[in-house]
Every structure is written in structure tokens, then in C-alpha cells.
Design a protein around this ligand. Structure first.
Ligand code: SAM
Length: 320
């Protein structure tokens, strides 16, 4: 966001307030109360003053509509509610943001109110399975378009029927889209997350439980796909992983990495710049990387023949 005048801070504050309202409504199940039919404010089970003070902001945001008497979800809010895609961790994230300054002491992930570091592996906290499930579900819902587009692109680059590994495949939506196009897909992830993908896709996919930095990757593969993994790892881990991937691929087979990279300036696009802060807060060494740096690591790991597919919010980097 651009700060052009001092009063832009008012907009920032209003946006932060709106985010907190949405998170509070989602946490209290208030959007789902409106799912069946329009309701009067008095029919919602929450403090009336809190409702009266927050409803107007939700109307301005385009999530609620009213006829002056009843409230209803807009089509967008209905879709978000159906996909259970409200920012469930929203209030927790705002409270974590208030402690962002602590990361300037040691670069470690933010700590919660009890002082426990909020460290995750690529967003997954193995110690809190319910939180891990929510995170993976959110990624699943958010990847409806990107998994489709990515599979359409990759279909053009891998030979039909090839054995493809989806490394850190999470929910499995990318793997499923590729499997639907005739590839033989195996999803690799930690045991907890593989169980989530298996619940969703059963025998459509094959699965490997493990730590991709140390365990056998099960090659030789005709292709390896990785989405949203690079930014969760340190530079050393990425270099190490890329060497392992080169060895797990058949000679000349293609690696496809989807991620949000920065350009040569190190500041653009904004979506990657913003994502670096999330990595600072929730991983021990992740950040947004420059595309050129990533390509350099690939070269060092023995890859060449680079090609990049640009989209407005991520890149897909191909290398052989
Ligand atoms: C940000 S999620 C990405 C999920 C999916 N690829 C996507 O783009 O939506 C990162 C995934 O990598 C997995 N992961 C992180 N570190 C891992 C490791 N060392 N070994 C195996 N899986 C790992 C996490 O469990 C999680 O499912």
C-alpha cells in the first residue's frame, strides 16, 4: 500500500479494524447464522451494541447487505462462508503482529502471549494438529484457481503418464489436478499432513511420509513439483534441497517450482514483499527470495534450461 498523505494512516487503521471485525464475526460464527436466510440484528446471538457498532463496517466492506431491517450475506460472503475461508487465525495474527517488534531482537518467530514461539514448518505446526488442519484447509480453498492453472501449464511440459512427485504437497489439490490430466502422482509431506490429503483424495494419489530435507525422496521421477516451499526455508536449506531434487529426477527431467519471488530490486511485487513478513513471523529462516538468486542455486545444483511462467501473484519456474 502507498502512504501518500498523513491521513492515509487513518485508512490503514480502518482496514486493520475491518480485518479484526471480520475475524471476530467469523470466530463467533455470526456469518454462518446469516447463511440460511436474512435475519434481524436482534436474532443474532451476540451483544447487541457490539453488533450495531460492527455491522455498518461490514456493509461498507461489501460482505453484508441490508434493507434497513434485515441483514444478509452478499454473494461473495456466501461463497467465503461455504468454503469456510474466513481468516480463522485472524485475531491471533493481529495479536502476533502487535509483537512483531520482538523479531528485531533475534529474528526468531513471534511468540504468543505465553511466550511460546509460533514456529511452523511452511505454515504447519506439528504440535497443534487442529491448527495444522485449519491451515491446510485454508490453502486447499485458496488454491482452486492456482491448482487448475498450474496443472494446465505443466501438462504442456511433462510427457503424458509420467511419474510426478508433489513435494510438500499439503492438501493435495495440485497433485489431484495433475492426476486428473493423466499423470501418476505421489504426494510427499510429513505424516500428519499426508493423513489430511489421504482423507481427501484416497487412492487417487500415492503418498510418502517424510522430511524432504533428510529422508529418501523415492526417485527416479519424471518430474517434481513444489508449491510454496522455497519461501519457508533458509537459503542453505533451499540449496541443499535443490541438490537432492536433481538427484531424485531422471536425467533431463523437469522441476517445476511455484512460489512468490521478488524481482531484482528486492522489493517488487508487493505480494512477495508482504509475504516476507509472514515468513519472518512464523518460520525460523524463511523469507521471500529474488528470482535470480533462486536460479543461481538451481544452476549450482545442476539445473539449466530455465523458463518462467509469470502470473500476477506467483511464478512457476521450470528447470531441467
Ligand atoms: C505452505 S505449505 C504448501 C502446501 C501446498 N504445496 C500448497 O502450495 O498449497 C508447505 C507444506 O510443506 C510441508 N513441509 C514443510 N517442511 C517439510 C519438510 N521438511 N518435509 C516434508 N514436508 C514439509 C508442510 O507440511 C506443508 O504441507
Amino acid at each position: 500500500m502507498k502512504i501518500s498523505t498523513p491521513t492515509d494512516f487513518d485508512d490503514l487503521w480502518r482496514n486493520a479494524t475491518l480485518y479484526a471485525i471480520i475475524a471476530a464475526w467469523a470466530q463467533r460464527g455470526l456469518f454462518s447464522s446469516l447463511m440460511q436466510k436474512p435475519c434481524a440484528i436482534e436474532d443474532l446471538s451476540a451483544n447487541q451494541r457490539a453488533l450495531e457498532c460492527t455491522v455498518p463496517m461490514l456493509i461498507h466492506s461489501g460482505l453484508l447487505q441490508t434493507d434497513g431491517q434485515l441483514l444478509a450475506l452478499t454473494p461473495l460472503a456466501t461463497k467465503i462462508e461455504q468454503q469456510a475461508d474466513w481468516p480463522k487465525a485472524g485475531l491471533g495474527q493481529i495479536s502476533d503482529l502487535s509483537r512483531l517488534g520482538d523479531t528485531f531482537d533475534d529474528g526468531d518467530p513471534v511468540k504468543d502471549e505465553q511466550g511460546t514461539p509460533q514456529k511452523t514448518d511452511g505454515g504447519v505446526n506439528r504440535e497443534v494438529p487442529e491448527q495444522a488442519r485449519n491451515f491446510i484447509d485454508t490453502l486447499y480453498h485458496r488454491s482452486d484457481e492456482s491448482s487448475l492453472l498450474t496443472a494446465q501449464w505443466l501438462q504442456r511440459h511433462w510427457a503424458a503418464g509420467g511419474r510426478i512427485l508433489d513435494l510438500g504437497g499439503g492438501h493435495g489439490r495440485y497433485a489431484k489436478e495433475l492426476a486428473d490430466r493423466g499423470f501418476d502422482l505421489t504426494l510427499f509431506d510429513i505424516e500428519l499432513v499426508v493423513a489430511f490429503a489421504r482423507e481427501r483424495y484416497g487412492n487417487t494419489l500415492s503418498y510418502i511420509n517424510g522430511d524432504f530435507l533428510v529422508d529418501d525422496l523415492g526417485g527416479s521421477w519424471d518430474g517434481i513439483f513444489m508449491s510454496n516451499i522455497v519461501h519457508g526455508l533458509s537459503e542453505e536449506e533451499n540449496r541443499h534441497l535443490l541438490k537432492r531434487l536433481r538427484n531424485a529426477l531422471k536425467p533431463g527431467a523437469m522441476l517445476a517450482v511455484k512460489d512468490m519471488f521478488l524481482d531484482q530490486s528486492g522489493a517488487h511485487p508487493e505480494v512477495s514483499a508482504a509475504f516476507a513478513v509472514t515468513m519472518l513471523m512464523y518460520t525460523s529462516a524463511g523469507k521471500s527470495y529474488r528470482l535470480n538468486d533462486y536460479q543461481q542455486w538451481c544452476q549450482e545444483a545442476g539445473f539449466s534450461d530455465f523458463q518462467i511462467i509469470y502470473t500476477p501473484s506467483y511464478e512457476i519456474c521450470l528447470a531441467r
